[in-house]
Design a protein around this ligand. Structure first.
Ligand SMILES: NC(=O)NCCC(=O)O
Length: 384
């Protein structure tokens, strides 16, 4: 908060307070290689203005190669507030989000996007803070043919884009999961992946609602590259990113829902670090706004019961394998971030930094095998 005004973004603070060479130098040190802005269509900009959301785009270059053509892909990251109050019916809330996201996806399409990803459980409020079951569990739906997947399938087919749709899933056995559905540009579901690590921190009371994934680290081969999805809290687990990368992902999306008081200072670091450590592009997406619920809940911190959860601080960004990153979207507005990336950069950085060759996975595999044994003794030497 700057004075009484909510901070728009860290970039806004930098731009307001620095200029010229100083701004360039601060940007170079904080963001890496300077990214050219994408020239997005006037139609897309007009839509963003009319429907009141931010639209920004950047180009991540790779070097030209003699034996491989450039592999350029446009990624779209969508962040948004919920639309209808949480006191409205489940269907009203969900349908309102469907129509809002329809507009944001249209702007992404007008910006030439090939793969679009929404925030975690985008079709519902982040109601897990309440610990109440009804009506929130009614948002859970089939990953294959639930209303949200059907909605995304028709958009994917109409526009010829890949859609990553993170939802709360209820499977055929009535088990609930935190899932991302990957829909091909043909409109067919390629498959789904689920959240591997479930938070038990602050108001993120999610372990009482859904189960930990048993699907491993799936990578989806799409018409526009190999992609994986590391859902929200999974970004604190470096091994999670690593396994998606070892399975061949070029781009790892991190659809999230996280709040200022908990994670804002670490947000710019984690997905960016994962891009560097694993020679991949990462796309960190967070929801926006403060969500108000009908009944008070407590946070187990001695503070009074309350009805509000947030502020979700947006700030979605894209990071490249060389460590450069885009500016973040706003902390307070809905937005579409477009990034044109050349996937050839992944191997180029792999060849120059060489972490795949130096990471000594054999060493860690052996040590971890020992560590998980109940009688493991820490390898500490001390003076006798
Ligand atoms: N949704 C979710 O996993 N949030 C946990 C908070 C965080 O990881 O920042």
């Amino acid at each position: 908060m700057a004075g009484n005004q909510e901070t728009i973004s860290i970039e806004d603070l930098l731009n307001k307070n620095l200029s010229g060479v100083e701004l360039d130098e601060a940007t170079r040190i904080l963001y890496g290689k300077k990214l050219e802005e994408l020239n997005l269509s006037e139609e897309a900009h007009k839509l963003a203005e009319r429907a009141d959301f931010e639209l920004a785009g950047y180009i991540f270059e790779a070097k030209p190669e003699q034996t491989r053509a450039a592999r350029k892909v446009r990624i779209g990251a969508i962040q948004n507030k919920i639309v209808a109050p949480t006191t409205e019916s489940v269907v009203t809330q969900r349908d309102a989000l469907h129509s809002r996201i329809g507009v944001l996806i249209e702007a992404a399409v007008l910006s030439g996007v090939n793969i679009v990803c929404m925030q975690e459980t985008w079709h519902m409020p982040f109601a897990f803070c309440t610990r109440e079951r009804l009506p929130w569990t009614e948002f859970a739906e089939s990953a294959e043919n639930g209303p949200t997947t059907l909605f995304c399938k028709q958009l994917a087919k109409k526009f010829g884009i890949v859609i990553i749709s993170p939802i709360l899933e209820r499977d055929e056995n009535e088990v609930i999961w935190n899932t991302a559905v990957v829909i091909s540009h043909t409109g067919e579901v390629i498959g789904k992946t689920r959240k591997n690590h479930i938070p038990r921190v602050g108001d993120f009371n999610e372990s009482t609602y859904y189960m930990e994934s048993t699907l491993g680290h799936r990578v989806f081969e799409t018409a526009f590259g190999k992609i994986a999805i590391n859902i929200c809290y999974g970004r604190h687990h470096p091994q999670n990113w690593m396994m998606f990368a070892l399975n061949g992902a070029d781009i790892i999306f991190n659809p999230s829902a996280t709040v200022g008081g908990l994670s804002e200072p670490i947000w710019p670091i984690e997905a960016r670090n994962a891009a560097i450590a694993n020679h991949v592009y990462t796309v960190a997406i967070n929801r926006v706004g403060t969500e108000s619920f009908p009944y008070e809940f407590t946070s187990g911190d001695g503070k009074p019961a309350h009805k509000e959860f947030g502020h979700f601080y947006g700030s979605s960004y894209v990071a490249a394998p060389d460590g450069s990153r885009s500016p973040g979207l706003s902390r307070i507005r809905d937005g579409v971030l477009v990034a044109e990336v050349d996937l050839n950069a992944c191997r180029q950085v792999k060849d120059s930094w060489g972490f795949r060759m130096t990471q000594r996975l054999d060493l860690y595999a052996k040590e971890l095998q020992e560590f998980i044994k109940p009688d493991y003794k820490q390898n500490i030497l001390k003076e006798l």
